[in-house]
Design a protein around this ligand. Sequence first.
Ligand code: NDP
Length: 448
Amino acid sequence: MFQTDYVKRVFEDLKKRNENEKEFLQAALEILESLESYIVKHPEIENNKILERFVEPERFLQFRVSWVDDQGEVQVNRGYRVQFNSSIGPYKGGLRFHPSVNASIIKFLGLEQVLKNSLTSLPMGGGKGGSDFDPKGKSDHEIMRFCQAFMTELYRHIGEDTDIPAGDIGVGAREIGYLFGQYKRIQNKTVGVLTGKGIPFGGSLVRTEATGYGLCYFTEEALKIMKNESFQNKTVIISGSGNVAIYACQKAKELGAKVIAMSDSNGYVYDSNGIQLEVVKSIKEEKRGRIKEYLSYVPTAVYQEGASGIWQLPCDIALPCATQNELDLEAAKALVKNGVIAVSEGANMPSTLEAAKYFIEKKIIYGPAKAANAGGVATSGLEMSQNSLRYSWSFEEVDQKLKDIMVQIFHNIYKVALELGNPYDTLSGANIAGFEKVAKAMLSLGIY
Ligand code: NDP
């Protein structure tokens, strides 16, 4: 598994200290394995214990969130924020509200975020947070009370130059509005402490669309450079039907592709005529309903229970945009057998390590999450710039900047993959390109 004693030792030690954190260890293993070729050429990494410090969060916060539901019952949830690494800028990363959230998931997301933010080329460190609160089935007032209770603790740990949270699974424009409102009231000041804000109170145009759009910009460039191809006339499947999936679908269609399937955690819809995005948006964004309701609008479509079956459908391009570990080796084999040419990750760590390695081995274009979905946080970085300037850019200006950043990210990671002698190893390309900048900053800042 490991070629060097140093990296092996770091991972073994991490395993001992975090033995029940399987997602965190999975993310760390993927990163550490692919950094080995860089580390052997840079003895200063081992001499300064950079890796040991890199995998240990600067700060990990866990707190109680008590709130009152519509029946007058007191509810208690657990809140988290990991401030993972601030060597290149203030901590930055989303908040996830989902019942599966625990320390392991928050730490895996935080570690990934450090490298992702570095890849954007903007000065942002990595953080992540959230709660095991389940927004599904809650009334609007319950969501508001929970967000207010969450921020009543979180506010003391964040700030516009310290730590700037944003959205993730279960945290969209509505939740950011309630969280921001509470921060403003407690602090009595209006600053850009959260991103993904509504346009009337400091949000950036394109932030809502950014992760999905960015994913397609990245993938389009990869298709062009690596296979002289494009989205034009390709069939695409997209898992999930949340923020990332919806805007990936919109941009893929604009670029000339036909999206034939989308999903949620219960199952997937297949529409051979092409998914009607307005229907999905209405079900998901307005009614907060289930994807199977698509059939009441489009009776010719097919619904299948079980989210993972989506990968068995033949397609040219697969965009996993739901959640971690949703695409395993078996799914990867089915995609390759059915002729997929590109798999680009909108979700964080959607492919298991075995699946990712299989794509690389089979010379499939593989867009690793930390590169391919960095458009969301990059546009959050642009929102921070606009807030500091007390200014807003037009949709076209932000969209162009997003496109430039995504194209640049592709070229940066592809260059490293070429130097490593395998153009398809964009996984190592992304990890090394992201890590190099963080390691240099850590070396310059003195031991901390
Ligand atoms: P949303 O909450 O808007 O949507 C999540 C989607 O994924 C829903 O369709 C949801 O289905 C599905 N999903 C969630 N959990 C599971 C599961 N366990 N199994 C199958 N499907 C599931 O979240 P986002 O679109 O914002 O986030 C999706 C992914 O993209 C996450 O991995 C997130 O970390 C990543 N990401 C998001 C960014 C952003 O800007 N929002 C930026 C970068 C990455 P259901 O409704 O049934 O739960």
